[in-house]
Design a protein around this ligand. Structure first.
Ligand code: SAM
Length: 281
């Protein structure tokens, strides 16, 4: 056996540490009450994703780490937990049908409504590494064409994962085939290693910020449209219902709301359904 991989508990540095049921429950409760994410069925995910980092920090057991996190609530450890335990999977052009609805129906309506102030307010809540808000920006630029410079279409894009937001701000991606060739030319700059960087105009049109959706939603303006796709799938129903209510309050009258095609809003949702995954206040 390689000595380098010999860690606490005599296991390899890469094998998950064991966690007692009590410590697992304490960890699950902390994550759920702080961030809404329900990991009560995800013991392996918690131990698998956190163990290498916990060992590296010198903790002898999972219990010791949980005690420290709950007692001290230090930023560095909270950041580690969020970076490791959030699921940041996302990609450009995710779910074409609702995006087509946004492009064909919602953008023209919002542009019509805002002819005077020329200012849209759109929020990508749970934006992960940025593909979603950049994608929305590209739709807006396409629609506005030469008029775009007269408009303020800046998109607020928020997440709790510092790691995801760092990648989002960099805006460097391996582009999937689903990106239209015209977009590749217009909205990206190719890099030597085959990746592409989002063009400055699109980058500057997205304002990335850290924001925990479990907190009060207090932004300067209400939103013409809120996207919260593939985020609430990790929340339990009461958490989701309460968040949808807060989104509703933060939406302008007749404003829009989009979730993912695999989610439901629940029977008591205040929004009116318009199309698959698309709702209106
Ligand atoms: C699967 S990604 C979705 C990305 C994109 N919206 C999409 O549909 O492709 C879910 C994101 O939600 C974020 N998230 C989870 N809980 C959150 C919370 N309480 N506050 C803010 N963001 C959260 C995660 O960090 C993750 O980046």
């Amino acid at each position: 056996m390689n000595n380098m991989t010999k860690g606490a508990e005599g296991a390899s540095a890469f094998s998950p540490m064991t966690i007692s049921d009590a410590d697992f429950r304490r960890m699950v409760n902390f994550i759920q009450s702080s961030y809404g994410i329900d990991l009560s069925q995800k013991k392996q995910l918690i131990t698998g994703r956190l163990s290498p980092a916990i060992r590296k920090l010198g903790y002898k057991s999972f219990g010791e780490f949980v005690n420290h996190v709950l007692d001290k609530k230090e930023d560095s450890e909270i950041t580690l937990i969020i970076n490791k335990l959030t699921t940041n999977y996302t990609f450009f052009m995710r779910e074409k049908e609702p995006l087509d609805f946004f492009r064909e129906k919602i953008i023209p309506d919002l542009v019509q409504r805002h002819q005077r102030d020329k200012c849209l307010s759109i929020w990508s809540a749970g934006c992960s590494s940025g593909e979603e808000p950049y994608n929305l920006s590209m739709f807006l630029f396409d629609y506005l064409g030469s008029q775009a410079s007269q408009w303020d279409t800046r998109i607020l894009a928020t997440d709790i994962s510092a790691q995801a937001l760092t990648a989002a701000r960099k805006g460097v991606y391996t582009l999937p085939d689903t990106i239209p060739p015209e977009w590749k030319r217009k909205y990206f700059t190719p890099n030597k290693d085959g990746t592409h960087t989002v063009a400055p105009a699109v980058r500057n049109n997205v304002d990335f910020r850290t924001f925990n959706l479990m907190g009060p939603i207090q932004f300067r303006r209400k939103f013409d449209m809120i996207f919260c796709r593939n985020v609430m799938i990790y929340f339990d129903q009461p958490t989701k219902d309460a968040l949808v209510r807060r989104f509703y309050d933060a939406t302008v009258p007749s404003g829009y709301f989009m979730i993912s095609c695999s989610e439901n809003l629940g029977a008591n949702a205040p929004y009116r359904r318009l199309a698959t995954a698309v709702f209106q206040k």
